[in-house]
Design a protein around this ligand. Structure first.
Ligand code: SAH
Length: 219
């Protein structure tokens, strides 16, 4: 009698395996990242009514006009960040907490900030339930980074600004990497920035669709 356990049918190993196969087909190569996505219960990061769709490769609504990112995008951004073996990572835009939970299983220390106060306790509770003790979370406008904890080896931004916030560039260590969607409305590009002293190398990866980064005087 385990049928009362939430979303039990949808969390079957087969359903999750299928998602991982799909991510492989789309080009995700990092086995560590694939294993962590396989093992992370995404259905716990969405509303119960949506848990049957949690292992589809799509973004899903999480309230407040926000979305949990598509698994492919989470995998892609995580893979890009891990390439430099960061020890200390900042995420901007905690949302459901799913991306941070994935990161926390792959890097020693994760800092994450969320603008919407009401979303913070739920994400924090999920980290606790999953036993992830290496995530620090606070409510703030991530346009300004997290100056008290800076610098960071890597920064992952989960919402799209029109321009890259200068504070985030400043809070990267030399050789550090940032992955960030940049652009307005329907025209966004996933960008990788690598800091080289006072220079910043920029590589454009692929078109993406994120909710806007709100703040920094823009909202
Ligand atoms: N990483 C999240 C994605 C959530 S969507 C997940 O895995 O579920 C992006 C999130 O960025 C939203 O929750 C939104 O409220 C937040 N956000 C938007 N602008 C922000 C800002 N300036 N500072 C911090 N968070 C912001």
């Amino acid at each position: 009698m385990r049928s009362h356990i939430r979303g039990i049918g949808m969390t079957s190993q087969r359903t999750r395996d299928r998602l991982i196969e799909r991510l492989r087909e789309k080009g995700i190569r990092n086995e560590q990242v694939l294993e962590v996505l396989r093992g992370t219960p995404r259905h716990l990061f969405v509303d119960e009514a949506l848990s049957s769709r949690a292992y589809e490769d799509t973004a899903l609504p999480i309230g407040f006009n926000q979305t949990i990112s598509q698994p492919y995008i989470v995998a892609r951004m995580t893979e890009v960040l891990l390439a430099t073996q960061p020890q200390k990572v900042l995420e901007v835009g905690t949302g459901s907490g799913y991306q941070a939970a994935v990161l926390a299983q792959l890097v020693p220390k994760v800092y994450t900030v969320e603008r919407i106060l009401a979303m913070v306790p739920l994400a924090r509770q999920r980290f606790r339930e999953l036993g992830l003790r290496n995530v620090s979370l606070k409510q703030s406008d991530g346009t300004w980074g997290w100056p008290q904890q800076a610098p960071f080896d890597a920064i992952l931004v989960a919402a799209a600004p029109a321009e890259i916030p200068p504070a985030l560039l400043e809070q990267l260590i030399d050789g550090g990497r940032m992955v960030i969607p940049v652009g307005a409305g329907n025209s966004q590009t996933l960008v990788v920035i690598t800091r080289r002293g006072n220079r910043y190398e920029r590589e454009n990866l692929e078109p993406v669709s994120f909710v806007p980064l709100v703040g920094g005087g823009n909202g």
